[in-house]
Structure formats: structure tokens, C-alpha cells
Write a protein that binds this ligand. Sequence first.
Ligand SMILES: Nc1nc2c(ncn2[C@@H]2O[C@H](COP(=O)(O)OP(=O)(O)OP(=O)(O)O)[C@@H](O)[C@H]2O)c(=O)[nH]1
Ligand SMILES: [Mg+2]
Length: 296
Amino acid sequence: MAFKSGFIAIIGKPNVGKSSLINAIIGEKVCITSPKPQTTRNKILGIYNTPEYQMVFVDTPGVQNTQSALGSYMTKATASGAAGADAIVILLDATSVTNTDYSIISKYENSKVPVYVVINKIDISNYEKVYPVLSKLNNFTFVKKFFTISALKRKKLDVLVKELSECLPEGDPLYDTDTYTDRPVKFLATEIIREKALLYLQEEIPHGIAIELQKYLEGETQTTIFADIICESERHKQIIIGRGGNMLKNIGSSARHELEKMLQTKVTLKLFVKVKPDWKNSRYMLSSLGYDDKDL
Ligand SMILES: Nc1nc2c(ncn2[C@@H]2O[C@H](COP(=O)(O)OP(=O)(O)OP(=O)(O)O)[C@@H](O)[C@H]2O)c(=O)[nH]1
Ligand SMILES: [Mg+2]
């Protein structure tokens, strides 16, 4: 049989588990995840390689309405992620299906490629709760199939992947078959730092930060990383540093542990906090932080 390859876009509200699903299928941490909405900011590819096909998942920022340049960048990244895909997966959270989900699904009514609706987090829901949702979803007759899964517990992922593999066209691999993402390791490093910051910080602060790599020195057994945590105000800076530097220490040490696992070297990580009040509205800043120029 001929080799197949193609793109599958994963779309949905913030926090439904899009990035978790991609990581679960690939078995590597391609995309950072967190309990806070709007974790993913970029279109990121997760590459699933098998002897028969290469399935390239496009992780996208959660569909949302925001005003800043960063917000509109995220919206464009989602739209361009869906364009050109060979199948669209719209992911829902079984515990909170709302009208926003239905309106996202409606947008794909005229899609030229198959559209699937996948209900995630079934591990913390139950059939009684999901049943009314399924009966409402039946009205969307253009949806090719519905699935219920748990990304976290890796439940029923194989049936979903099998169905998606049938959407792939024949063709050579699109990316190296020994890689699992299109992103360089330096990008993954800044994302891991951001994930840990998201984990520890509360309220509005997580949405106002970005990580800027200053120095990245690779050695055989040791990697040295200097990075800035950029935030929007002095008040945020104080919170990120924390009493006696505690918050920054926690973020740094949990990021360092994970970086050591990923890089398989010892890691020295030095984090600095910088205030740049309007970074989210500055195209120059967004571009220098590594947000794709194509979507800016
Ligand atoms: N119980 C349960 N939790 C899940 C499941 N899948 C994801 N989660 C959790 O849901 C939260 C959000 O997951 P993400 O993968 O970051 O969600 P996302 O859709 O990528 O979010 P954005 O990037 O913000 O749009 C995390 O805390 C995950 O651990 C699941 O199957 N079951
Ligand atoms: Mg995400």
C-alpha cells in the first residue's frame, strides 16, 4: 500500500484539551497544557509517524474573542491552521458544552474536508450528561462522525486515529519521520517555562506574560539557559518574583526539571522578570518573541 501523509487540524474552545489530545496520540510532550484557558498561542505541529502514514496534527489556540494584537494573532493562527487540513477535528469538553461549541461547529458546515466532532474528558463526565449533547449534535448532519474520548486517560484514541488516517491522501512524508514537531528545541524550552509560570500564577497574570530567550548554550552534559519573563506591570513583576523570590524559584525549579528530562543534560536556568507594558499590542515585540510573521 502507498504511504499516506497529511494534516489534521484540532479546533475548539479554550481549555477543552486540544493540546493534551495531540500529546496523548504522539506520546511526547509537543504542546504545553494547563488548567487555564488560552494556553496555546501559536499554531504548533505535532507529527505522528507510523510505518504506513505520517499524520501531522495542527494544534491551534482556543477559539475566543480578544482585542489585543496577540488575540487577533491567535485567531488568525487558528484559521490558518484549519485551512489546508485534510480533516478537521472539533473538540468539546464533555463537562461544559455551550453555545460557543455549537457555533464553532456551524462554521465548518461548508468544509470541503471531513469534519469530526470529538467529545473529550469523558472520564469526568457520564453518559446521562453526554446524551443530550449527542442528540443536539445530531442536527449537524455534515459532521462525518462523533467520538467520545479521554485524552488524559488515553481512552478510545485508537479508533479516532484509525478514522483520521483514512482521511490522509497518498504522499511522501511531509516532515522528517524521526521528529515529532516542527518547532525547534529552543521554542519548546520557552514554552516549558511558560507552562510552569501558568501553573503557579493566578488570575489575569498568565495571559499577560511571554518568555524571551536571552541565552542558550548547549554542551554535552550541560545546557545553560537565560530567559526573561516579560509581564505587563510592576505589580505583576512583584507577584511573579514572589515573597523572597519564592514564586520565581518555584517556576524555575519545576521548569528546570522538565528541561533536564527533555534535553537529557543538566540544565542551569536563570530567569529574570522584565516589565514591557504593551508587549501584547506591539507587532515588533510579538515578532521578536517568535510569533509567526505570517499570522501577524
Ligand atoms: N479529566 C480530564 N482532563 C483533561 C482531559 N484532556 C485535557 N484535560 C485537562 O484540561 C486542561 C486543558 O487542557 P489543554 O490541553 O491545555 O487544553 P487546550 O484546548 O489546548 O487549551 P488552550 O490551549 O487554552 O486552547 C488541562 O488541565 C488538561 O489536563 C481529559 O480527557 N480528562
Ligand atoms: Mg492548547
